[in-house]
Ligand binder design. Sequence first.
Ligand code: 26V
Length: 817
Amino acid sequence: MPDSAADQAASEALRANIDHKLLCQVATEPSVASKAEFYHALAQVAREQLAKRWVETQHADRQSQARRVYYLSMEFLIGRAMNNALSALDLRDQAALVFTPPGPSIDEVMECEPDAALGNGGLGRLAACFLDSMATLGLPSWGYGVRYEYGMFAQSIVNGQQVEKPEPWVQDRSPWEFQRASKHFTVHFGGTAEHHGEWAEWHAADAVEAKAFDHVIPGHGTERVSTLRLWKAAAPSEIDLGAFNTGDYQRAAELKNRFENISWVLYPNDSTSAGRELRLRQEYFFVSASMQDILDRHFTEYGSFDNLADKIAIHLNDTHPAIGVAELMRLLVDEHQMSWKDAWEQCRRIFSYTNHTLMPEALETWKVTLIQRVLPRHMLIIYRINQEFLDEVVRLYPGDIDLMRRVSLIDDGNGHEKDKRVRMAHLSIVGSHRINGVSQLHSDLMVQTIFADFARLYPERFHNKTNGVTPRRWLAQANPDLSSLLDERIGKDWRLDLDRLQGLRESADDRAFGASFAAAKRSNKLRLANYVSREVGINLDPDSLFDVQVKRIHEYKRQLLNVLHVITRYNALLDGTAVGCAPRSVIFAGKAASSYHMAKQVIRLINDVAAVVNNDPRTRDMLQVVFIPNYGVSVAELIMPAANLSEQISTAGTEASGTGNMKLSLNGALTIGTEDGANIEIRDQVGAENIFIFGNNTAQVAAIRAAGYQPGDLYRDNPALQEALDKIDAGFFSPGERSRYHDVFNSLVHYGDHYLLLADYADYVAAQERVDTLYLTPAEWQRKAILNVAGMGPFSADRTIRAYADDTWNLKTLTNT
Ligand code: 26V
């Protein structure tokens, strides 16, 4: 049979399967089914095949007695599952043939799925990319997290301002999850701990039930899958029934809420450690359930814990699951009668830890008094770990009291009992055999700054693992036009071996290829422009340069520097000094933490500037500004393929890695960026002549600060900068409320400009001018864009995960047969 006939037959079989699911699972028929009903039926088809793969993978792992990795993370930013599942199951093309007019298209069906937004930003999305790579590489692997009822809030923009709405992503149930009715563990809180020598008895005051919900994470080019197990909190059934049976329904409802609130909502803050009790309870809740599950599985397979560290690796995605170190000790010593010494030895071989930020305000610490009240046994364990650790420090550096104070797991609060805090990063380091940062620069700074003392004590533990992204979701699925072009040029293998992209280098000067490359970009820009027109009511010119900054709104990411450039450009267009400008559409998207005033001001300013600039007939053809609401995985899948320019402009030394920078470059955007995070490695790969690097580097930033930075001088000495800042301050963009942005102006000019926007302004504007010049030479621009894609091989999450498997987890890859 010719290929197309075979495809036709396969799609007929898929259609029959979907119709069957429509009938049996959704109770409807094709002629009257809605898009959402088609979506559910199609998901059921995929679900069935994923279930089969899951069972086979578990069987293979048990049979081979494989060593497994458990990836513990408070956040997994999965997004939609359908397109990825269909691709992995090789059903994507067939599904496109099934959904044809007059019915809905496959895209319309897939758009019915809500995003699983169980994360804030980079850290959570990285965890999702890693699961994809672990499955694809055939690693025996599990992710563990929280099944939040409400994930990241939905953002809308009302009168230019961010408004947050709760997002109940599961509603009733998700077709992608498998509830494991038999998998539940009790997690305790509060009460007292009674010492019996080495071990202790914990008389807890409260108990919560953790119920398991599994998501099957398909591998690509393999039948193997990975598992994401998420825990939902529930009242223990005996308590529930107790109140119910006595007819006290209100009390029963209150109790149910009190227990279930633990997994209710994701903390939508990625900037400060709030130190709230519910957050600590969330952390311990999912960690304890995961540890119990891990030990349970191990004991079922081996009947002993003696070989635990030979068979499992546990990874801490930042410090959020760090209490796991104390929990594993508790379970082994108190519940399974292992000696402290043996348990500690295992523990240190089992754990590894990734740090994702150097920002002091995001480093987690918990009040000792809080841990004592919520987890009394764990506090004792932490004290003992600390004691033994400090004994070791004394042996190595006798008499260095200051060092002991600096590295202690406990910040002594200057002697005030109530101010004592547990430093979760220190607990993670002491309990782990490997610690890593997420780009070369970040890993270097980590051992030079926040963890310098530990790097001196344990140099062999510190490593770098530069982040990566999955090329399946971020290129193959998000950018089908560019993908087919790549398939024609370099074959299809880049999906599983991203280094193949190097093969594009020889096509960089090929005019015909350049033209097809540009055509793919243009059709992606049109798709985004249509979306923006529908959602925001702004019509973007698809031939203008799409200048994109999409990420959480944060002062260190410097969206405000981008705004200063926009205003400068607007001013130059008005007074006729803008020569050699290319038409631009400056596109922003991102959420602000609800309590982060300055970040919300930045969103409002962007919208206020957009309102003025977009409505000015004198500049409209040359400059447009748009803020796309509700940035998340699915919106990113639309934006990344459509970008020409990728803004990665954080103050040098502040962005640990960045992963949006990788997605944008992978989709053929050129980067304008500072020497920060993975930008440096991207430059090394794509070539310094194919990227716009500007601004002060980390050494210069340190020198500027040390010399006593005076942003006011820069303001006075640069007329263009002054004009832009004065317009903000004078209310030019907020005529209804002139004082609206005084605080923004002051934070830069009078209150120290902590992130050095003014110090980088002139060089940034100059770099933007070079961007224009290049864009006006399309063939040259295309050539550089192609070379960017060609250089992105190393930024596959497959490369990152292979390195973790080799250096950190000591894991081998498996096949199912
Ligand atoms: C921080 C905090 C602070 C305590 C309260 C809850 C909470 C939740 C999330 C975070 C996240 C901060 C760390 C983070 O997201 N880092 C980002 O990690 C990315 C993946 O490694 C990296 O690419 C980004 O540069 C880095 O900012």
